[in-house]
Design a protein around this ligand. Structure first.
Ligand SMILES: *Cc1c(COP(=O)(O)O)cnc(C)c1O
Length: 386
């Protein structure tokens, strides 16, 4: 289906709600049955009938249809956070004695889920580099159930060969899951390469206005039905109808927002490369990126994230640079309208914690919807103050 139809019309049956243009928020916890037969029938299939909003809600269903179409999968679930989408997808497919292979630098709470939380329940794991398919092949065990990918990751942007990963996993009966938040469904559709399940933090580009926390899981009808009947209902992964309607609204402008962020990031990354006070600019679609060829073969864009590495031996220089920036907010997350920075130095010299493996010269930028030169000039004047 054409993207314009997906974002503007798909799933919106206006006959059901007085021909209103914007879909209503069906803010209800439960639904009425016409009699005993009706109730019995619907309770047997809560994924497809309106019974209770923890399972199925008309506003949330509109969003499920749009998300599945965007990711080119048969079905999708929407959850209350990206972290719950990750946990729900993973936990639906492992049991005691199983083994997970995960790329080495996933989102922080994904790392905690696999290394600390699931290990309590007897699920073993290996974290691997993943930039070479043999890294993954070498650690496959007979009990490996899940290959978990994040391509690119959201700080240093390492990627995996999605076609090769899907093929290797299929041969070994392993379910593949990818966190596709970085590319959004517009710039990469992992299901097309054979990846089984695609998760996103919808908090980022899909909602795009820094006012909702949410997640999505996309996959085949069978996989989604299985997740619905296991993790989704038991762990209560539900999103509220109101938050779902906010994301439907956010999706209306997804292509416009993403293009602006994407073009700005690539423009600024290109301009900053070679600056005397910058050691390295990291962006997966810069020709200097070590995996540029692979990135270009599976991504059609990269969104608004870029990491720059300052050329300095003095921590004070990082403070001077960051403090001189006028138009970037220092905040976690990304994918909204506003430009942001996370200086890696925050995760150094933390009381009672080991220093982050990411050097303190690294600064991650998210470029939002402001004009590119407005943001570039701000960075250039801050570099002058270093
Ligand atoms: C933010 C993020 C998550 C977690 O999503 P929440 O919506 O914050 O729970 C997972 N993966 C990636 C890559 C993220 O950036």
């Amino acid at each position: 289906m054409d993207i314009n139809d997906i974002l503007t019309h798909l799933g919106e049956d206006r006959d059901l709600y007085f021909q209103s243009v914007a879909p209503p928020v069906i803010q209800t916890s439960n639904f009425v049955f016409s009699g005993i037969e009706d109730m019995r029938h619907k309770i047997l299939d809560e994924n497809h009938y309106h019974v209770y909003t923890r399972g199925n809600n008309p506003t949330v269903n509109i969003l499920r249809k749009k998300i599945a179409a965007l990711e080119k999968t048969e079905d999708a679930l929407v959850t209350g956070s990206g972290a719950s989408a990750v946990a729900g997808a993973v936990m639906s497919f492992v049991e005691q004695g199983d083994h997970i292979i995960c790329v080495q630098k996933p989102y922080s709470w994904t790392y905690t889920l696999i290394s600390q939380y699931l290990s309590k329940f007897g699920v073993a794991y290996d974290f691997v580099d993943g930039s070479n398919i043999s890294d993954i092949k070498n650690v496959i065990r007979p009990n490996t159930k899940i290959l978990y990918l994040e391509s690119p990751n959201s700080l240093t942007f390492e990627i995996q060969d999605l076609r090769a990963c899907a093929e290797l996993a299929k041969k070994n009966n392993i379910i593949t899951i990818i966190d596709n938040s970085h590319c959004s469904p517009l710039y990469q559709n992992p299901a097309v390469f054979g990846i089984d399940l695609v998760v996103h933090s919808a908090t980022k580009y899909l909602n795009g206005h820094s006012d909702v926390v949410a997640g999505v899981i996309c996959g085949s009808k069978n996989h989604i039905e299985h997740i619905f009947k296991t993790s989704y209902m038991t762990l209560g992964l539900i999103i509220s109808p109101h938050d779902a309607s906010m994301i439907i609204r956010g999706l209306r402008t997804l292509p416009l927002r993403l293009k602006q962020s994407n073009d700005t990031a690539l423009y600024i990354a290109t301009k900053l490369e070679g600056h005397p006070k910058i050691q390295k600019v990291i962006h997966p679609l810069l020709p200097s990126f070590p995996q540029y060829t692979l990135a270009s073969s599976q991504m059609t864009g990269a969104g608004g994230l870029t990491t720059i590495v300052l050329k300095t031996d003095a921590k004070q220089d990082v403070y001077s640079f960051v403090n001189a920036l006028q138009h970037f907010l220092m905040a976690v997350s990304w994918g909204g309208y506003e430009s942001l920075i996370i200086p890696s130095i925050v995760f150094h010299d933390m009381p009672g914690k080991p220093d982050s493996p990411i050097p303190w010269t690294y600064i991650r930028f998210y470029f939002g919807l402001e004009e590119a030169d407005f943001l570039l000039n701000d960075i250039l004047q801050a570099l002058d103050k270093m």
